[in-house]
Design a protein around this ligand. Structure first.
Ligand code: ZN
Length: 243
């Protein structure tokens, strides 16, 4: 009812599902801590305000390009904006215990009642619910996150030939502290292979809480920082919704 009053014509609008980058953004101990340092300050007598930002490119909500794990993979700064706009997104609920592995059986039911020819999803957003630890249990959020198994990346690329983006509400697509699993997952998603569609990009550390049941997702826009030469970048993610 409230929504109707606010939005009488039931028009589409954008919501943001990327986090604001702050000095409190949880990052792994082996990443550079984010610093945002005021340089010029009007309140200190300067004529204008400026700040110096230091952040590793995999901090906060960010998009991984294939160059993150592949010598010949594409870096994110080479992507055309249209390659990072998705018109057939799907949120898949996948509640998992801490450190849980997301396997094919967790995702397959989402596609079971859809005709093969209609499986035109280009962006899958996995909702584990783990965001609840981001503010209150940082150590849990950083080191016990559920992660996607390498087999799932292969399964999704085969099942969904239009898929270009896999996104998740955890700090990383892969579980913490499992180097081989992490390498296999990223390489499976990013490699070029004839029987698979386009190499994927990953979006990690997303906030899917603003997306509610009953919303229709019309579009997802991934907008990375335009920084030359880097494999991956922090990004803003917008979703066009109708409710
Ligand atoms: Zn990353």
């Amino acid at each position: 009812m409230k929504n109707k009053e606010k939005n009488p014509e039931n028009k589409s609008r954008y919501i943001r599902i990327s986090y604001t980058l702050t000095e409190d953004t949880p990052v792994h101990p082996d990443l550079t801590k984010i610093s945002i340092t005021p340089k010029n300050q009007i309140k200190e007598g300067d004529s204008y305000n400026t700040s110096v930002i230091t952040a590793e490119n995999h901090s906060g909500t960010h998009v991984d390009g294939p160059a993150h794990f592949l010598r010949d993979g594409r870096p994110i700064y080479t992507y055309d904006p249209n390659e990072l706009v998705f018109h057939h997104p799907l949120v898949v609920n996948c509640p998992k215990e801490p450190d849980g592995l997301i396997v094919q059986e967790d995702l397959a039911p989402a596609f079971s009642e859809i005709d093969e020819k209609e499986l035109d999803f280009d962006c899958i957003l996995i909702r584990t619910g783990f965001s609840e630890y981001r503010e209150t249990g940082t150590d849990m959020y950083l080191t016990k996150n559920p992660g996607v198994s390498p087999e799932v990346a292969y399964y999704l690329r085969q099942k969904l030939p239009k898929l270009r983006c896999l996104a998740i509400d955890t700090v990383s697509m892969s579980r913490f502290g499992r180097m081989q699993e992490m390498i296999d997952l990223h390489q499976t998603a990013f490699k070029t292979q004839e029987d698979l569609g386009q190499p994927l990009v990953f979006v990690e550390d997303l906030d899917l809480r603003p997306i509610h049941e009953g919303m229709t997702l019309e579009e997802v826009l991934v907008i990375p920082w335009q920084v030359g030469g880097i494999d991956s970048a922090p990004c803003t993610v917008l979703v066009k919704i109708r409710e």
